[in-house]
Design a protein around this ligand. Structure first.
Ligand code: FES
Length: 135
């Protein structure tokens, strides 16, 4: 039953990762700032959220890696634009579509029909906040 449900979700492009409430993040110029302290998904290793809305021109996936660093990528597969989920271990990302393209933690396509890499954004942690550079 779970396999059928997973297949239906893949057809619909439904990911496991949930959007982050816009009250926890801000866009200023080419930077996003996220208040990390009140976000349980980003307190745990392999946890993730995605950002969409405000003035963002692209959705962004934020993943907390096992080494406690953050991976921030454009949350749009280069095949048909579906969202991405982190895979356990924090080293790869998987597209939520049926075709399941896989990307490494530098955004490079490993498998699947994706047409190229996904963009990875540098980030830094400052005083309990994560700042993502979109340039
Ligand atoms: S949209 Fe990602 S593999 Fe098709």
């Amino acid at each position: 039953m779970s396999r059928i449900l997973d297949l239906l979700k893949a057809f619909a492009g439904i990911c496991k990762t949930q959007p982050l409430d816009q009250s926890f993040w801000k866009v200023r110029g080419s930077e996003i700032t996220i208040d990390l302290e009140d976000i349980p998904e980003l307190q745990k290793k392999d946890g993730a959220v995605y950002l969409k809305g405000q003035t963002l021109s692209v959705p962004v996936l934020v993943v907390r890696r096992p080494d406690n660093s953050y991976l921030c990528v454009e949350n749009r597969c280069t095949h048909m634009g579906r969202k991405l989920d982190p895979e356990p271990g924090g080293k790869t990302l998987r597209c939520c579509s049926v075709s399941h393209s896989i990307f490494d933690d530098r955004g490079n396509k490993l498998t699947g029909p994706a047409k190229g890499p996904v963009k990875v954004y540098p980030s830094r942690e400052i005083d309990g906040k994560l700042v993502i550079d979109l340039t």
